[in-house]
Design a protein around this ligand. Structure first.
Ligand SMILES: [Zn+2]
Length: 323
């Protein structure tokens, strides 16, 4: 016969067995759950590095809400807005033709990327891909060709032979790579000069009879008289003041303004610079005077607009508000 204490011990033993089995079950469940979670995570990581090789993780593409231009031309800036998915942390990843594009917070509800379609971009089909917390969206984009004119230009041998110094190249490259989270512009950009426009963006040039196939005019020129005023196109921060005596042999005396989100304007060939680096300037503020420093056939203002370090046609930024 079993004594009371033996019964208790047996019961305790069976309780223990049930308890241990439960622990094992919980452990197994957790292990399997974590495994599947890890599988999703690693798939996501693979997607971000080899995104062009894989199909989207989920089919519900409509989860990602995108607003972008309907048509886009070579020379334009292509804007892509992605709506925030509520209760989801993490920023969408945007790729244009397999290149990862920086994404900025535009407002409480929207993320946004700007993609430059420089004069040397290929017309035709381009691919935009958006990955956002396990969701994916692919958009085919048709880029229309833009016809740019050819211009004859005669420069003295000395001017034509000028090449950017190492300092100039390095400082300009560093400046154009700036990506600031704070967006300073709010409206249409204004022309920095009231003088007539001479050479437009994208123009091909025959310099002293020779065409360089890789060359296109990277900004908009104003036939402005020597010493006339140059205005800031929009609110911005002075991120570079280059001076001819300090090695700026191509751009001459120049000013670069950072407007945020990878948008920068440049003002070249100045006779006078009226601002300092790190200074915050207001739209319309006079920042310098027209000159003919650097490679210039005479007094004029060259105005460039850069997006993610590449030039686009600045006129499109004066025609409409790029939010
Ligand atoms: Zn120019």
């Amino acid at each position: 016969m079993l004594s009371n204490s033996t019964i208790k011990a047996t019961l305790n033993k069976s309780n223990l067995r049930v308890f241990v089995s439960l622990i094992i079950l919980i452990f197994l469940f957790q292990f399997t759950f974590n495994l599947s979670k890890a599988a999703v995570n690693s798939q996501e990581q693979v997607i971000s590095s080899n995104h062009h090789l894989l199909r989207p993780l989920h089919k519900e593409n409509e989860v990602i809400e995108v607003i972008s231009n309907e048509t886009v031309n070579v020379g334009d800036t292509f804007s892509v807005k992605v709506k925030k998915i509520e209760n989801v942390h993490g920023v969408p990843k945007i790729f244009f033709d397999a290149d990862k594009i920086p994404v900025f917070v535009l407002s409480n509800n929207w993320y946004r990327s700007l993609i430059p379609l420089s004069a040397d971009s290929k017309p035709g089909k381009h691919i935009l891909e958006i990955y956002y917390k396990g969701h994916a969206k692919k958009i085919d984009l048709n880029v229309m060709a833009t016809k740019y004119p050819l211009q004859e230009l005669t420069l003295t041998k000395e001017v034509a032979a000028l090449k950017a110094s190492r300092t100039e190249k390095a400082l300009v490259a560093k400046t154009l790579a700036v990506l600031s989270n704070t967006k300073l512009w709010s409206g249409k950009f204004i022309f920095p000069s009231t003088s007539p426009q001479s050479t437009t963006y994208g123009v091909k040039r025959r310099v002293n009879g020779i065409i360089n196939p890789d060359y296109f005019h990277k900004g908009l020129d104003f036939a402005a008289p020597y010493g006339s005023s140059i205005k800031a196109s929009e609110d911005g921060k002075v991120i570079l003041v280059g001076l001819e005596p300090k090695g700026f042999v191509v751009n001459g005396n120049c000013i670069f303004l950072d407007h945020g989100h990878g948008v920068i304007t440049g003002y070249l060939h100045l006779s006078k610079v009226l601002v300092k680096e790190d200074e915050i300037v207001k739209k319309g503020q006079i920042i310098g005077k027209v000159g003919s420093t650097g490679i210039a056939s005479g007094p004029h203002l060259h105005w460039g607009l850069y997006v993610l370090g590449k030039t686009v046609d600045p006129i499109s930024w004066t025609n409409m508000i790029i939010e």
